[in-house]
Design a protein around this ligand. Structure first.
Ligand SMILES: Cc1cc2nc3c(=O)[nH]c(=O)nc-3n(C[C@H](O)[C@H](O)[C@H](O)COP(=O)(O)O)c2cc1C
Length: 196
């Protein structure tokens, strides 16, 4: 696929096979993220690459317990409300049991922290599509940034005191018959373009 096709066929994958992602492919995906632009060439995005199933399960259990303890409020961001609702029902796996989760952190007092992480995430999604791997942006850990358990766990992985999580990417082979991600583009209903 050419670059335009790789971009337009990228879709979110939410069902993954257990199959491990080849190390070589994962390295290319991470490098694609590391080569994303950053504000003022800050290069302060911190990539936590989690492939250990025990760690992923622990993180998913922690997230479920934290969301389950939150109160559902009217007018809440729907995705957050859904995380809380599913957690209260005890069947929530925020990373869709993907075999890889890349968590992106950045300095909390740096103005381009989210933008830099978003650039890295998009680069990684396109690279993964080129390698026939499915991905999904995972936002839940951003909402658990001040959760003591999550802070402690990431501190144990080497997160600095001033780093916070701004996004994550689930990566793996799609649980489809041919193992390829669904690539049918969603119609564009928004994103207006004004040509002057
Ligand atoms: C900033 C951002 C946050 C997102 N957070 C989540 C998330 O937490 N969980 C999830 O399943 N999908 C998440 N997504 C994926 C979107 O739901 C998805 O991109 C959108 O519905 C369009 O579908 P597509 O990716 O298949 O084109 C997120 C996407 C973006 C850009």
């Amino acid at each position: 696929m050419n670059t335009y096709e790789l971009i337009t066929t990228r879709r979110s994958t939410r069902r993954f096979k257990d199959t491990a992602v080849p190390e070589e492919d994962l390295n290319e995906i991470i490098e694609a993220g590391r080569f994303a632009p950053s504000g003022g060439n800050n290069q302060s995005t911190h990539f936590f690459v989690i492939t250990d199933k025990a760690v992923l399960d622990k993180l998913a259990d922690m997230a479920q317990a934290s969301f389950a303890a939150m109160e559902l409020k009217e007018g809440m961001y729907p995705s957050l409300a859904s995380s809380i609702h599913q957690s209260k029902n005890g069947n929530y796996r925020f990373h869709y049991n993907a075999p890889v989760l890349v968590v992106l952190a950045n300095q909390k007092d740096y103005g381009n922290n989210i933008a830099d992480c978003a650039c890295a995430l998009e680069n990684m999604m396109i690279m993964a599509n080129a390698l026939d791997l499915g991905t999904c942006w995972i936002n839940q850990l951003k909402w658990l940034n001040e959760d003591p358990g999550v802070r402690e766990l990431f501190a144990s992985f080497g997160a600095e005191e001033n780093e916070r999580i701004y996004g994550a990417l689930a990566i793996g082979y799609a649980d489809t018959e041919d193992g390829l991600p669904v690539r049918t583009p969603l119609p564009r209903k928004g994103n207006p373009v004004t040509v002057i």
